[in-house]
Design a protein around this ligand. Structure first.
Ligand code: SAM
Length: 280
């Protein structure tokens, strides 16, 4: 396990993923019934963008760095930008919220979050980030084992975020299998699966595998910032969302192009489409 998210925190892929995550959570908050968030690849929860590893790659400069201190390019970005703001109340951008901190900002007293992280050092950091927080439980475990252990949640409402590092060549296949298993256990949950857009054929194979599971109501949202003429770099960021909140597709159709225009790019764009429609 060589991947450490500190090198990538706040980059354009994180911005896209976390902005959509914050919108989904905002929707879950609209009803008083409790919800549960399961984050299967949680990382360390918050990232110091001034730290040596973060500055070494400086990836956040082309991500959150482009949005910080400026008017939001689209109102749909507000829940995300509010979560970043909350960690940096003095106006200087230092702390970047990973998915656990974005989700924690959305929880109400009746809600709960389960965090899973396999890397021993990161799991330790995560435990200390949420020490004494009774709404949060942290498990050092494999993500795909955790899907079996923690689903379905007793709340019957909520979100599973599956955000692997793509270090393993079979990660796309494992995600599709993991989703099929998780959906059998909890067919009404919202699932958000993040994937890198490098080699388009790999994305197509993943989407085909999900389509073959027969899972209905699957939305695909993608943001690319380079043309897809090489697979040797990260060209964009994708989210496959099962059971997306009502009208999320409409919001993303307006928000993602605005985000594309606000971030540096050499091409690409935004797209939102249904992989499989609602079951009839
Ligand atoms: N979701 C985080 C966020 O948005 O802030 C970032 C997660 S990062 C892309 C992927 C994380 O998964 C890394 O922290 C890595 O250590 C962890 N990881 C890798 N393999 C794992 C596995 N099999 N089970 C659980 N966590 C794993």
């Amino acid at each position: 396990m060589n991947y450490r998210h500190i090198f990538h925190a706040g980059n354009p892929a994180d911005v896209m993923k976390h902005a959509v995550l914050a919108l989904i959570l905002d929707h879950l908050r609209a009803k008083p019934a409790p919800f549960c968030v399961l984050d299967t690849h949680a990382g360390i929860g918050r990232y110091d963008l001034t730290s040596e590893p973060a500055r070494k790659t400086a990836e956040s400069d082309d991500g959150i760095g482009r949005l910080w201190g400026r008017p939001a390019p689209h109102p749909g970005l507000a829940p995300y930008l509010d979560a970043v703001q909350a960690l940096n109340p003095d106006g200087a951008l230092r702390w970047y919220p990973g998915s656990p901190r974005i989700a924690r900002a959305a929880l109400r007293p009746q809600d709960r979050m389960v965090l899973v992280e396999l890397h021993p050092d990161d799991a330790r950091s995560l435990k200390s980030e949420f020490a004494d927080d009774r709404a949060v439980s942290v498990h050092q475990s494999d993500a795909y084992t955790a899907l079996k252990a923690h689903l379905p949640p007793k709340e019957k409402r909520g979100l599973v975020l599956i955000d692997p590092p793509f270090e393993q060549p079979d990660e796309f296949a494992r995600m599709a299998e993991g989703l099929a298993l998780a959906h059998r256990r909890w067919s009404t949950g919202i699932f958000a699966l993040w994937y890198p857009i490098k080699e388009r054929a790999a994305v197509w194979r993943f989407q085909d595998a999900v389509e073959k599971t027969g899972i209905p109501k699957v939305l695909i949202a993608e943001l690319t910032w380079h043309p897809e003429d090489t697979h040797l770099r990260l060209n964009g960021s994708g989210l496959l969302i099962v059971n997306p909140p009502w009208k999320l597709d409409e919001t993303l159709r307006a928000m993602l192009p605005a985000l594309h225009d606000a971030l540096p790019s050499t091409g690409g764009g935004a797209s939102v489409s249904w992989l499989t429609p609602e079951a009839s």
